[in-house]
Design a protein around this ligand. Structure first.
Ligand code: AMP
Ligand code: ZN
Length: 498
């Protein structure tokens, strides 16, 4: 009989940005989850701020899988339609880069998609189940625009198609995600400039007629043009997850207008709201300002791993940076600094050392010092409380303290608890937090060390059998001096790394 999935015994709560509350998570189909996360616009190398958002959702993906859910995780690649300043006017970000570098737009897309994948794998993120591109779904985007026009929520103007926000707001609620009110938006916007084809400034493009110099263009019933930025996510989420799905994520800065427009498009096209749980990850800051490509206030993953940057004193391993990110809740702002990373490095090493110790710990007849089963429940409670990784890490450090006490024989652990402790620690550290034990220089070196110490233990046993106590004591004492402690028991001799 298959084991009961964990999700049946755990109550996960997710902070839903649209209600502003933590809600008990109930998927549309038991045991299955559809999750969509807005991916990168591939016109430049990702910076560490972008990475934080994707690592935050990697934690979510990992924990949902850990709970036993079958998750279809869709994260798109934006390779067309994202204009400068996230606006409806201006050059396409990819096309602009192609123009500046005298390359084909698809060469730009390929280069930065590869960079993105490389960086994501350095951070040990799990690849999404589907990674669709905007340019691969032009036909579907045209189809959904036709539906929105037919439903009366969009109009054609001079070869472009715009979403009619005021019309939509008569029957629906434009602004419900971002907490904005359309009347206020209207009151706070300036008059439309003469060049625009929009009826109202709040309207947004579903399709744009391309100027002659715009190279990324496709035929459509309205003009040779390109899709609006918000539309691709509606189309790709609907295509792969259905008209209604469980979780939609992205960075906090995408809440408005991008996600607000996605809701409007979904409701206008399908007659139902597309997403049950909206999740927004908070920003990574540098010098207390948002890390952002446009202001140049960034640090790249490459600069971080090589140490070639003006912020850090030395290079840092991706796992330490990942641990640093996990030490903050995904909805909190996180400031990046040398001191913070150094502190994370110390914590990370302490955690990894304890993992090595726990592998060699000896069990006693009973546990004293930590109720392991209760501690395990608290680890789950932390993650069930809207993926609270900092609390989880605090719990892991409770275990570290306990492990070190057992090592120093100030506490004890039973066989069953030892198994549970090891399994829980590893499950959370590797599977859920996605950390990699970079300290274990390589398991190969570890194996060789064990082999060498085992050999010395054998030689010591032979010396003792020959009553050559000078040699046997020398082996024991000199090993201790370099931090390897031999422990004799009836079952034989084992060793501990101090
Ligand atoms: P983009 O490539 O600009 O479409 O952004 C990709 C993702 O990175 C989006 O989900 C953004 O919200 C996110 N993002 C951008 N800047 C930051 C930042 N400083 N901290 C966290 N996430 C960010
Ligand atoms: Zn999106």
């Amino acid at each position: 009989m298959a084991a009961t999935p964990l999700y049946k015994t755990q109550e996960l709560k997710i902070y839903n940005s649209i209600s502003g509350q933590k809600e008990v998570f109930i998927p549309l189909t038991e045991g299955n989850i559809g999750m969509y996360v807005c991916g990168p616009t591939v016109y430049s190398n990702v910076h560490l701020g972008n990475c934080r958002t994707f690592i935050s959702f990697d934690l979510v993906f990992r924990y949902l899988k850990h709970l036993g859910y079958k998750v279809r995780y869709v994260r798109n690649i934006t390779d067309a339609g994202h204009l400068e300043n996230d606006a409806d006017e201006g050059e396409d970000k990819v096309a602009k880069k192609a123009r500046l570098e005298q390359l084909e737009p698809m060469e730009i897309v390929q280069r930065y998609t590869l960079d993105f994948h490389h960086v994501m794998s350095k951070f040990n993120t799990i690849a999404p189940s589907i990674e669709p591109t905007a340019t691969g779904h032009i036909v579907e985007q045209i189809e959904i625009i036709k539906t929105i026009i037919d439903n009366g929520f969009a109009y054609v103007s001079n070869g472009s198609v715009y979403f009619d926000v005021q019309k939509f707001n008569e029957t629906n609620n434009y602004g419900k995600l971002s907490g904005r009110n359309l009347e206020d938006m209207i009151a706070n916007t300036r008059e439309l400039s003469a060049q625009t084809d929009k009826k109202n400034p709040q309207d947004f493009a579903l399709w744009k007629r391309a100027d002659p110099q715009h190279i990324m263009r496709w035929p459509s019933p309205w003009s040779d043009g390109f899709p609006g930025w918000h539309l691709e996510c509606t189309v790709m989420s609907t295509k792969y997850l259905g008209e209604r799905f469980d979780i939609h994520g992205g960075g906090m800065d995408l809440k408005f207008p991008h996600h607000e427009c996605e809701i409007a498009q979904g409701e206008a096209a399908c007659g139902q709201t597309p997403v049950n749980y909206w999740m927004h990850a908070n920003m990574l800051t540098l010098n207390s300002k948002k890390m952002s490509k446009s202001t140049g206030n960034t640090i790249s993953p490459e600069e971080l791993f090589t140490g070639h940057n003006s912020v850090l004193d030395k290079p840092f391993d991706p796992s330490i940076v990942r641990f640093f990110m996990m030490q903050a809740h995904y909805r909190s702002i996180l400031d990046f600094s040398n001191d913070a990373l150094e502190a994370s490095e110390k914590g990370f090493n302490r955690l990894m050392d304890a993992l090595h110790v726990v592998e060699r710990l000896e069990a006693s007849s009973k546990s004293e010092g930590l109720d392991v089963a209760a501690w395990r429940s608290e680890c789950y409670e932390a993650m069930n409380d809207d993926f609270n990784s900092p609390i989880l890490i605090a719990k892991l450090f409770d275990a570290v303290k306990f492990i070190n006490s057992v090592k120093e024989q100030k506490a004890s652990i039973s066989n069953d608890d030892l198994e549970l402790l090891r399994e829980t620690m590893k499950g959370f550290i590797f599977d859920v937090l996605g950390l990699v034990d970079s300290n274990e220089v390589s398991s190969d070196v570890g194996d060789k060390l064990s082999g060498t110490v085992e050999l010395l233990i054998k030689l010591r046993a032979e010396a003792r059998a020959n009553k050559d106590f000078a040699t046997s004591d020398k082996i024991r004492d000199e090993l201790l001096e370099i931090g390897i402690q031999l422990k004799d028991s009836r079952e034989g001799t084992t060793f501990l790394l101090n």
